[in-house]
Design a protein around this ligand. Sequence first.
Ligand code: THU
Length: 136
Amino acid sequence: MTGKELMEIAIKARERAYVPYSNYKVGAALLDREGRVFSGCNIENAAYGPTNCAERTAIFKAVSEGSTQFSAIAVVADSSEAVTPCGVCRQVMAEFFDPDTIIYLGNLDGKIVETTLEKLLPHAFTSKDLTMEGRH
Ligand code: THU
């Protein structure tokens, strides 16, 4: 699947965003290593804090369905520049993505920027940091 095709799925998922507070719709489409695609949108909440970003919706859907190995994710919003994931989503990506996992950032004008997790979150804190034997 091409980045453009994955982005098209993210654009469709964006339409399902539940955004009564920000009115800022975001869509995501996550491609796993078996070729399955999990879409996501942002889901807001009156208490604001429980809001879930589109990227995390897609990742949590996939993990809850037994898929944990991914090759790419596309994210899109109606922004002048390609949308960029928040820090919380980058950390969640770091839990499941390899550093070279491809991340396509887009907007509705057709802009697509290709990047990687390593570029978005260098020096990520991951499970490897919890395994220093004897050191606490
Ligand atoms: N949001 C996402 O869903 N993904 C991003 O990459 C950036 C921010 C959402 C959270 C909130 O619902 C709205 O966009 C405004 O911050």
